[in-house]
Design a protein around this ligand. Sequence first.
Ligand SMILES: [Cu+2]
Length: 325
Amino acid sequence: MAPRVFPESVRRMQASKSMRLRHELWHYVRAVWGNPRFPEQGRQLLRELGWGLPGGREPMDANGGLLLDNRAGEDFLFMHRQMIAMTDRALAAAGEPPIARWTSIPEPGDSDFPVPPAWTYADPASSPQDNAATTRFLRFIKADAYYEQTMRVRERFLTDPANLRRLSLGALGNLAEFTVHNAMHMRWAAEPKGYRPSLDLGDPAGGDPAWDMLDYDYLGDTYSSHVNPHFWYLHGWIDNLVELWAEVNGVRTIDWVGDWTGGPDLTAPAEPVAGVAATATAVVAATAPLADRPARPMPALAALLRSSALPSTLMEITRQQEGPA
Ligand SMILES: [Cu+2]
């Protein structure tokens, strides 16, 4: 059976600029937050936007090592659980059952979920050397050997009740995100229709509309991955880990500490105040000439992110964590 494709109403919601940007920025902030090369000014600008990562919950330390004791992994599990709930609600509204989940990671040769072939990576924004390294990485992560020697081993580790009893929910989430999850994204990614230019926070509502169409559903980019049917199968597998962990540890109701789902919608006009007053302010802001709207630190932040050029995309992070060099 081919992967389930959602009704167009649900796909349009997922492909909306607002949802694309939200998913990308959420992953982006966590990718750069703990990097010592990311200037403090950048964290400050993100905080001003309402997109600061709370409570020292960066998933990686200064050397790119995973942090297992700060509940960063709870954020990962919690935020994607919200995405699943939102999608399930949209599916119900369209008269359809909830998302289907992988109960185990598909093996090589699986007829329902074949691994799309590796392709020659050719991002015009990267050097030929870097593109060649990414091509090698795609071959590596899509090989049967990667499943047999790495992915299957990790699946067994993460679902073993003895391990689940020893791991906090945050540790489980972080291990799952940076080992199996990122690798599943890249393993089941198919050649994209093109290479999207990197995030431009200077103009979050703008950009080429081609990247907002339903056919941009590349699993290797957080701007588009959730438009791809595979996303929901693999995140369903991840979400099942939460239930397994709770069951093994006798936890009835999870007391989430890491519950960061990101900041305000940056594709909408600025809304600086919350509550009833916010509605009036938003109406005024939306109808006011552009020059009169409350300033957001977008251009400054965009310039800073461009100049710092940190590894931040799913591909870069997965290559960094998984190799080969
Ligand atoms: Cu995600």
